[in-house]
Design a protein around this ligand. Structure first.
Ligand SMILES: Nc1nc2c(ncn2[C@@H]2O[C@H](COP(=O)(O)OP(=O)(O)O)[C@@H](O)[C@H]2O)c(=O)[nH]1
Ligand SMILES: [Mg+2]
Length: 310
């Protein structure tokens, strides 16, 4: 369980002993805000949540509650759900399903191109392997592009996955043009009527000019249907900054939050959507196995985060 969830649970137990009055409401909201901040929710987002929560708790609808521990979950859920519900939801599996259906009608249908971005070590390659596993199971013909020609071992890492999963991989030489590798993979996929091409890219230790220029070039050359950023949930506020920085340079269609299992505090998810003005979180990575990929559902996430008492 994330420490955010634990914090919320403990907090709700505590406030059940508070009498309902304005002083206690303000005190409870302040405590709630601190729990959010301590668990990687950015200051801006935490402040916004607490402001809205105060207004609701001092408002008319609050009168029907007898207990703060019943009132807070109802209002907090509404506010957080509103915050993390994407502007336009995106279900990748459904999209590819539709794409395949239309593919059978038009034999020359182009493959769906998915471009994965992110700084070094966030979990791009692992996530691509997980999605390839998922899509292969659904019956899709998947091609992978090893466009990380930068980090040593990156080609082999993806190759191990491709062999294990039984999907085609187009490789490049280290130091060669990453966009050219992606281009070759797309050409191959078109020739073989593949359904999906997933392009793995290299990262850097941080977001920097070199990385952005290389990614912009890949983006331009491949013209992907969906550009997906992989961020590391353990990176906390940095994950939020990365999402913001990438989105500014290359418009993102989706975000995947990897390593939610690995002791992540859990709050980055709230800030990432806010920082990108509603880019949807598609999946959550919660382990190193192929099956450790969960379709993100905002409502389910909020209900698990804030358990209401009846
Ligand atoms: N616990 C955990 N580890 C992950 C997850 N996703 C990736 N990793 C690990 O994070 C490390 C870096 O992943 P990798 O895919 O190589 O990152 P890349 O540099 O972005 O391609 C590897 O050791 C992965 O096994 C996840 O969801 N949970
Ligand atoms: Mg990689």
């Amino acid at each position: 369980m994330s420490s955010l969830k634990k914090g919320v649970e403990k907090f709700l137990r505590k406030v059940s002993t508070y009498e309902i009055n304005e002083k206690n409401i303000r005190k409870a909201v302040r405590e709630f805000e601190l729990i959010l901040i301590a668990n990687d929710v950015s200051l801006k987002v935490a402040k916004q949540i607490s402001k809205k929560l105060t207004n609701k708790m001092l408002g008319k609808r609050a009168k029907r509650f007898s207990d703060l521990s019943k009132m807070i979950p109802v209002f907090a859920k509404e506010i957080i759900l509103d915050l993390i519900t994407p502007k336009e939801p995106l279900n990748l599996v459904e999209i590819i399903n539709q794409h395949q259906k239309s593919s059978t009608q038009i034999s020359s249908k182009d493959p769906l191109i998915l471009l994965f971005l992110g700084i070094n070590g966030t979990g791009k390659t692992t996530t691509i392997a997980k999605i390839a596993y998922l899509l292969k199971k659904e019956g899709f013909h998947v091609v992978l592009a090893a466009s990380d020609t930068f980090r040593s071992g990156a080609q082999e890492q993806l190759e191990v996955h491709a062999n294990r999963l039984g999907v085609k991989l187009i490789k490049g030489k280290y130091g060669s043009d990453s966009a050219a590798v992606a281009y070759d993979a797309i050409a191959h996929a078109k020739a073989k009527y593949a359904d999906v091409v997933m392009i793995d890219t290299s990262g850097r230790m941080a977001v920097n000019r070199d990385l952005m220029e290389e990614m912009k070039k890949i983006h331009r050359v491949t013209n992907p249907n969906y550009t997906i950023l992989v961020v590391d949930a353990l990176a906390g506020n940095d994950a939020t900054e990365q999402a913001k920085d990438f989105h500014k340079e290359i418009p993102l269609d989706g975000i995947i939050l990897a390593k939610m299992d690995a002791d992540a505090r859990g709050g980055a998810l709230l800030s990432v959507t806010y920082a990108t003005d509603g880019v949807p979180v598609l999946f959550i990575g919660n382990g190193q196995k192929y099956t450790d990929l969960e379709l993100f559902q905002a409502e389910k996430y909020v209900n698990e985060l804030i358990k209401s008492k009846n």
